[in-house]
Design a protein around this ligand. Structure first.
Ligand code: HEM
Length: 266
């Protein structure tokens, strides 16, 4: 059968010839679909797999890196400012941002919205007690969607825009002012928590989607491991946030109380 198929919408020749297509065939059949499925279903299958993949690479990888970089807020303002300067002066920054981050992010976010809207579940994955997780994955997706747009737009254009904050600026103080607003602070707690839940639960469903965890025991083990990862990431995320507003003394900075005592003794 040729690569072009019979033209009746069936998947006759889609998988032949190219060795990559053999991988596609195995994944496709393993997902429970038959070779009599239409091309439309196959396209949807490929899009769902790309959506799943983009959730891990680059999204999950980026969130881990991003939270780690932000945790320098707990070291010192100077260290944090150095990290932001370093990241902003990376070569090919626009290409890295758009190719490696924004494009896959936008795909995952908008195709994700379509999945939520069209409400198509992977019934084969939802047989057991994962129904609540299915709903929570979609609810958290909506919160994360709004949060990420708010976060990117406010950071890029309002709080620390590159025009007003060139290399060597005090990003830390600008962010400290921003997060000291209790509405902003608690909105970030909600956004970070929703992101971490979505990511950790998503890694469990990812392992099921790709046939990595098939049995009950392996799925339970993954759930425990991802809960631990989620809690660690939550600690890192909220810890970074608190690093901006905490009253703890910092390198090169005196506590307000120390300043007051020093003034009295003059
Ligand atoms: C930091 C941002 C995000 C990360 C790290 C992330 C990560 C993930 C991961 C790892 C999965 C699991 C994929 C699978 O089940 O195979 C997933 C699934 C999903 N994501 Fe995201 N995601 C993010 C943002 C979003 C946003 C903003 C939306 C859309 C509003 C969204 C919608 C979805 C949906 C609907 C699923 C379930 C897909 C399914 O059950 O097949 N995600 N995400």
């Amino acid at each position: 059968m040729g690569e072009r198929g019979r033209g009746d919408g069936r998947l006759d020749g889609v998988f032949t010839g190219n060795p990559l297509n053999t991988v596609g065939r195995v994944l496709f059949l393993q997902s429970g679909m038959s070779e009599q499925t239409s091309r439309t279903d196959y396209s949807e299958f490929v899009l769902r797999r790309l959506h799943s993949l983009s959730g891990v690479l680059p999204l999950t990888a980026f969130i881990c890196f991003h939270f780690f970089a932000n945790s320098f807020s707990t070291s010192s303002p100077a260290q944090f400012n150095k990290i932001v300067d370093g990241l902003r002066s990376l070569p090919f920054l626009a290409a890295i941002e758009w190719g490696g981050l924004f494009a896959p992010f936008l795909f995952h976010m908008f195709y994700g919205l379509w999945i939520v809207y069209s409400g198509k579940s992977n019934v084969d994955r939802q047989k057991y007690a994962r129904n609540w997780a299915y709903v929570a994955q979609r609810t958290s997706a909506l919160v994360v969607f709004v949060f990420i747009f708010y976060h990117v737009i406010s950071m890029k254009y309002l709080v620390i825009p590159e025009g007003r904050y060139p290399e060597g600026s005090d990003f830390y103080t600008a962010l400290r002012e921003h997060f000291r607003n209790p509405f902003v602070y608690w909105w970030y707690v909600v956004g970070v928590s929703a992101t971490v839940f979505h990511l950790a639960n998503g890694l469990c469903t990812f392992c099921m989607t790709w046939g990595i965890t098939v049995g009950r025991n392996s799925q339970r083990f993954t759930a425990v491991a991802m809960t631990a990862l989620g809690l660690a990431l939550l600690g890192l995320g909220i810890g970074s946030l608190n690093g901006f507003i905490s009253a703890a003394p910092r390198h090169g900075e005196a506590k307000p109380a120390q300043v007051a005592v020093a003034t009295q003794h003059k």
